[in-house]
Design a protein around this ligand. Structure first.
Ligand code: SF4
Length: 668
């Protein structure tokens, strides 16, 4: 361990659940740009060009550096590409770009040993470096297991020695989808298996006196990814280690989905002070990734100072004992709540609230952005897949009839004056609710509350019955932790009141270009970090400067990414790299255009057969490049049509979905 001794106690995964505090890791030298310790959280990405295309790779690397990348990873599938890294590096240095390069290795120790003499860092995947994934042995005795570890040690040692000699760093990069047979046999497809897979390699490095390590635990499922990183930190701390963490969600996809999924995974960990470098994987041009990573990371530059400034001397948050007994951060368990008015809480999916109080409530078409498509001809609404459950109207009264199944929220005083209260519910302040007495409704009463309110006398006066739902707000800079503290305290008090998590984003100082993207990233971080732990019976994103339609789709996107409410098809598409066998962006759009109505299906779209099948992990179907103009189709992890012509591949995929009874015709 280095001089910055691990300050965290064993059993913990972060320094504090309430205060922003960065986990201090060992500093690792990577070219001129060190990582870990007190260095800023570094930004990185990966090229998509063929590594043998020297100038194409150089040009793309330059675009990535100009976009904010501090390290650039390049695939080295064989010795030939590994050797060409020297030429790429030379050309970059000639142009004044000293960016540290990282060689990405899968299955080819010989390529790694070449690359480690050339570039500043190599990434190895412990699931496939010297290990195997052939499904030909599913049981390992202790003796066989130890024998395998010894064999891997022999194969891995030369690379470690080269890295030591050349001052090259190494990332031990575990992927959920590519755990070896050996690990799967003992731990299964679990976060614990991912952690153990990396720890075995880390221990081998330490045995050889090599410590220039960075570790990652990626998955396309943000929940698995978050649990794996937490468990990794807990395990490292228990063994006296503090290696820097490389954060990423694999195969996040593109556009809104890719940003939200990335933020749910990466943002959740950043909130707890974990992470020394971030790579956002999007199925877009690689230079589009760095700005997203930068936007995620920049929130934490001032987080500690802002929190301290806001609190002053008076601590609003009561210090929580680190790990409340009722909640485990290493496995998903939804917080138990009662069902209020048979509409929210209990086993129901989280509800979505949007604010239409400032909208034009004279025009029924305003409901389109809330997922109720108004037909003026028929004077009726059609529900879309993403129709919100509540609209907040404040003190405004609509002059048209709202959709029949949509609940309306009004400020208490306005609600009291409504003549027809069907589907209309009051939103109280805490004091209004206590004072309202007989004026409360027996159906559904929503009460605004903050974490700080739990410490007040008023909280003890709240009448408790099953019509009560909290709307949890925060104005704390470290708001996620503030809201999480509220949930943990409710659990300690054994109160099963449903809670709608509300976050407000002024974003007044953001440019129009950044508004949508930043809202997606911030809301996905703040709300996703709670949903991923099973907290929240509903979400409410308040962003007055952002279009209502964007808020609605962001809310449903967050619920989809946390797998708490499925409202659309999920695409697990790889970001592409030098191995890619087709145009990922074009192909993803083509597949999306014909399958986006298949709500709940997960379709993997992977650029190569080497890593693709493993990486798409829990997809229901897979479309995987297996040669020039050739595609192999998967049902789950099973290849069902091999090397078919890419011109027919999408029709064939739809045929398989149809055979399984999972196809529905798209609406006219
Ligand atoms: S799955 Fe995609 S990103 Fe991963 S190695 Fe294959 S082509 Fe590259």
């Amino acid at each position: 361990m280095n001089a910055d001794a691990v300050k965290m106690l064993p059993g913990r995964y972060c320094n504090s659940l309430t205060e922003y505090s960065r986990f201090v890791t060992r500093e690792v030298a990577i070219g001129d740009i060190p990582m870990g310790g007190s260095n800023p959280i570094r930004i990185q990405s990966m090229t998509t060009t063929d590594t043998m295309d020297t100038m194409g790779t150089v040009e793309q690397t330059i675009r990535m550096v100009d976009a904010g990348c501090e390290y650039v990873r390049i695939t080295a599938p064989s010795i030939k590409e590994a050797n060409n890294l020297a030429e790429i590096k030379k050309q970059l240095r000639m142009r004044g770009y000293n960016v540290p390069l990282v060689a990405d290795i899968h299955f080819t120790p010989n390529a790694a040993e070449v690359a480690a003499r050339i570039v500043e860092k190599v990434r190895v995947n412990p699931g496939n470096y010297a290990d195997k994934k052939k499904f030909d042995q599913i049981e390992y005795t202790d003796l066989e297991y130890r024998g395998e570890l010894e064999r891997i040690f022999q194969k891995f040692t030369p690379l470690v020695k080269i890295c030591k000699e050349y001052g090259t760093a190494m990332r031990i990069g575990t992927n959920h989808g590519s755990l070896s047979d050996r690990i799967m046999s003992r731990y299964g497809d679990t976060p614990q298996g991912m952690v153990e897979s990396a720890m075995e390699f880390i221990r081998m490095c330490e045995t050889l006196g090599y410590y220039s390590l960075v570790v990652s635990m990626k998955s396309s499922n943000p929940q698995v990814m978050v649990q794996a990183y937490r468990l990794l930190v807990q395990t490292m701390v228990a063994e006296g280690m503090n290696y820097p963490l490389h954060l990423g969600v694999t195969e996040a996809g593109d556009g809104e989905d890719g940003r939200i999924k990335s933020a749910v995974g990466i943002g959740t960990l950043l909130e707890d002070g974990l992470g020394d470098t971030v790579r956002v994987s999007l199925t877009e041009e690689p230079e589009a990734e760095a700005p997203v990573a930068i936007a995620l990371v920049k929130r934490y530059i001032q987080r500690k100072a802002e929190s301290e400034k806001q609190k002053g001397d008076e601590k609003k948050l009561s210090a929580l004992d680190f790990q409340p007994s009722a909640h485990s951060p290493y496995e998903y368990e939804k917080r138990e709540t009662y069902e209020a008015n048979a509409f929210i809480g209990g086993h129901m999916v989280p509800r979505v609230v949007i604010d239409l109080s400032a909208a034009n409530l004279k025009d029924p078409a305003v409901m389109n952005d809330a997922g109720y498509i108004y037909s003026a001809l028929l004077d009726k609404y059609n529900m879309a897949e993403q129709s919100v459950d509540f609209v907040y109207l404040g003190d405004s009264l609509p002059s048209f009839t709202l959709p029949g199944n949509l609940k309306q929220l009004y400020n208490y005083n306005t609600w009291q004056k409504l003549t027809n209260k069907t589907l209309c519910h009051p939103l109280f302040t805490l004091h209004e609710y206590i004072a309202a007495d007989a004026n409360r409704t027996s159906a559904l009463n929503l009460v605004r509350i903050t974490n700080a309110d739990l410490e007040t006398e008023a909280f003890g006066l709240i009448p408790l019955d099953k019509s009560l739902v909290f709307v949890l707000e925060t104005d704390e800079p470290h708001g996620m932790a503030d809201q999480r503290a509220f949930f943990l305290k409710l659990q300690e008090m054994e109160l099963d009141i449903p809670v709608i998590i509300k976050r407000s984003y002024a974003l007044a100082d953001h440019s129009q270009i950044d508004l949508t993207s930043d809202l997606q990233l911030y809301a996905a971080t703040d709300l996703g970090a709670l949903l991923i732990d099973g907290f929240g019976d509903g979400i409410w994103i308040d962003a007055p400067h952002v279009a209502t339609g964007v808020i609605t789709s962001t809310a449903f996107g967050i619920l989809q990414a946390t797998r708490s409410r499925i409202s659309k098809t999920e695409y697990i598409s790889c970001p592409s790299c030098g191995r890619t066998l087709f145009d990922l962006m074009v192909t993803t759009q083509m597949i999306r255009s014909r399958t986006s109505h298949l709500k709940g299906l997960k379709i993997g779209i992977m650029g190569c057969i080497v890593n693709g099948p493993g990486e798409m992990a829990d997809a229901d179907y897979g479309y995987v490049g297996s040669g020039t103009d050739k595609v192999t189709l998967y049902r789950g992890q099973q290849a069902v049509k091999k090397n078919i012509n890419s011109a027919n591949a999408l029709d064939e995929l739809i045929g398989i979905i149809r055979e399984d009874g999972n196809w529905i015709e798209p609406a006219e």
